[in-house]
Write a protein that binds this ligand. Sequence first.
Ligand code: FE
Length: 341
Amino acid sequence: MTIKKLAIGLAFASLSGLCANTALAQGELNIYSARHYQTDEALYAGFTTMTGIKINRIEAKEDELLERIRNEGANSPGDVLITVDASRLAKADEQGVFAPLNSALLNERIPANLRTDTWAAFSTRARVIVYNKETLSADQVATYASLADPSLKGKVCTRSGSHPYNLSLGAAMIKHLGAEQTETWARSLVANFARAPKGGDTDQIRAVAAGECGVAIANSYYFARLMNSTRPEDIKVIESVGFVWPDQKGNGTHINVSGAGLLKHAPNKEAGIKFLEYLASDDAQRYFADGNNEWPAVASVKVSNPALEKLGPFKADPLPVGDLAATVAEAQRIFDRAGFR
Ligand code: FE
């Protein structure tokens, strides 16, 4: 054994010794998280203060975490998986990584349309429409369907069609309109593109402000983040663009979520459930949602976020987030065929 390997071995031995001691004293919880916001730090600290349970956190991209969980199999130390987007949670569920979620408290606190048998949403975000106020008006872009109208030729910007945010929207459209109409919509949307999809949602908002696009789709928290920003360039962006809650006269604005579930092979199942229930508590809800300009999943919890307040109330699509799982793969096939890549 080389010196280096020995050193690593020793470090591991002392680390696992330490963990074992802590586990005996207070319990531990291993969280795999694909949600990385700085404000989540205080959330984890709050749980440890309240319960004495130490949190070990592994942060990585969703796909890496899923691969890791699969590779670790029954030996996985992971207790809880936290991630964003309904279609990603659905994918994790499809791969069978979650344990059944049996919690009377979660059933009581989290609305039925925001949870499934294996995972629960802890915050919501909306997929909204942003337009250039100089070139377009709100009534021209009031619905997702309007983005496919020939009058918007060369004006529409969006991130990739294979991104989960757009796939979840597509999955919801299939539920409401059927596959055929969703494909017609996707084809006409692609025909309206100002440029090939690139960048994230914030890039689309900036491109709308710069006049490169007339209209774009973005998640509400990206818009709220720009609204709450004090940077002169962000203030300028917000001054140039208008904001629409889509489909207010129809199904309501498409809602997506951040969510979490207990992992099937969780060695600390009890601590895992305790943590998920903690996420549904008033304080944690406020923190979890507000830290990323989202809304709490628990209806009675209110955040005071200046940007969200300014955007005002809206009608949200009540479609159960768990239902999106059934049509998300079809949404991907439709987008592929339509050239929405
Ligand atoms: Fe995002």
